[in-house]
Design a protein around this ligand. Structure first.
Ligand code: MEV
Length: 436
């Protein structure tokens, strides 16, 4: 069937949407599949559909718990939403390993976010500067209604700065505005403030005869997802002897040196750094998603930060100092524990509850701990037995599940594949043989 341009798709109901997308012959099957993934509870289903547009079903992710994270002396059983096998297992294994070694510890944490009003002005900069304090005062006033509630939660606008960007682009300036959004991620708050301030700036520029003479244009007003001031540095630390039992056939010193080298490679080489950071984001995103936060924002900030020195590098760093092994991760994080999906999505709300209703900075710590745990777990496997062994164990479980293997078949398959290559074809052949 050739595709045709669809007019007014958003106005159709879900059944009509599906009908348009599907061959009439398998319509019933598709409809059944889509319905199977909808919730029985109509009210909650409606809430889900309201999150996005043109919704025809729900797309599920496994929701699991990585228990026993000790973070700054507090214990967390961390909810994770992730489809990749081994991620939750790696987090749990690392959490267990670090539990009796002081756990995960915050080195520093900052929580300031930035937004920008981008504009062009072709008059003299001195003229702009002569009005700057009045403009700033006016802009603060213009958003008083918006900031009042945020200020009651100890947030608000922290600073407005004029940045001269004319070296980069003709007549281009920014008003760089910094915000503390308390326990919310704050994207809507920031964007509302910026758009209101942009309008006020426009009015101001048009109200002064000496400014009117020049061309002035607001290009856009929007938050920045680059958040180098909303950031956490998290560490784990132990002695080299404590690493003695981490892998068969390696002592702590050998393990630590090899681990250190692996991290240095990720600090030098972009191909490795990208994979290394992907392993970090495995742990971060799963908690970010489980708590209803915006993982695209977190991803964008992380990778921009990884390239802050001009070349893309590892977000984590390993230090060997005498008998001490220290592993640290620096991760920009813009997340919240109130507002947005955090309360609207029932499972996100549950995650927040399971974590003990944390403030945003506390959730930043948990996310960073999970990120560091996953990264440590991945490197620990990579420099010892490799990742495929653990991966394949879970892969085998998934394949057996797909072929509805019985408990007995599971047991036999585990023994059979202990030293054989796991693949769909091989597992299917094994089961076929068993079922003859
Ligand atoms: C897989 O999702 C993540 C790893 O590739 C990370 C890494 O190589 O460090 C295991």
């Amino acid at each position: 069937m050739g595709l045709e341009y669809i007019n007014g798709f958003s106005k159709l109901n879900a059944a009509q949407k599906v009908e348009l997308l599907t061959d009439a012959t398998d319509l019933d099957q598709v409809q059944k599949l889509l319905n199977d993934f909808k919730l029985d509870n109509q009210e909650t289903q409606k809430i889900f559909e309201s999150f996005s547009e043109n919704t025809i079903s729900n797309f599920h992710l496994p929701y699991g718990i990585a228990p026993n994270f000790l973070v700054d002396g507090s214990l967390y059983h961390v909810p994770m939403a992730v489809e990749e096998s081994s991620v939750v297992a790696a987090a749990a294994k690392s959490a267990k390993f670090w539990y009796d070694k002081g756990g995960f510890q915050t080195v520093f944490l900052k929580k300031i976010k930035t937004g920008q009003i981008h504009f062009t002005f072709d008059g003299p900069k001195e003229l702009l500067l002569s009005y700057l304090e009045t403009i700033k005062h006016d802009l603060y006033q213009s958003v008083k209604d918006l900031t009042k509630r945020m200020e009651a939660r100890n947030g608000g606008i922290r600073e407005i700065k004029l940045i001269d960007k004319r070296k980069d682009l003709q007549n281009y300036y920014q008003l760089m505005v910094t915000f503390d959004t308390a326990d919310s991620m704050g994207a809507n708050f920031i964007n509302s403030c910026l758009e209101t301030m942009g309008q006020r700036l426009q009015e101001f520029m048009l109200s002064k005869p000496d400014l009117q003479k020049y061309s002035f244009e607001i290009i856009m007003a929007i938050l920045s997802n680059y958040t180098p001031e909303s950031i956490i540095r998290m560490k784990v630390e132990t002695t080299l002897d404590e690493l003695d039992d981490i892998a068969h056939e390696t002592d702590g010193v050998t393990f630590a040196q090899k681990f250190h080298k692996a991290v240095e490679i990720a600090r030098q080489d972009v191909f490795r750094a990208t994979t290394h950071n992907k392993g970090i984001m495995n742990g971060a995103d799963a908690v970010v998603i489980a708590t209803g936060n915006d993982f695209r924002a977190v991803e964008a900030a992380a990778h921009a930060y990884a390239a802050r020195n001009g070349s893309y590098a590892s977000l984590s760093e390993c230090f060997l100092d005498g008998n001490t092994f220290r592993y640290e991760l620096e991760l920009p994080l813009s997340i919240g524990t109130v507002g947005g999906l955090t309360s609207l999505h029932p499972l996100a709300a549950l995650s927040i509850k399971l974590l003990g209703d944390p403030a945003a900075d506390e959730l930043m710590k948990v996310i960073a701990a999970s990120a560091l745990a996953n990264n440590f777990g991945a490197l620990r496997s990579l420099v010892t037995e490799g990742i495929q062994k653990g991966h394949m164990k879970l892969h085998l479980d998934n394949i057996l599940l797909k072929y509805n293997a019985t408990q007995e078949e599971h047991k036999k398959a585990k023994a059979y594949f202990a030293d054989r290559k796991v693949s769909y074809a091989n597992v299917k052949a094994f089961l076929d043989e068993q079922r003859k």
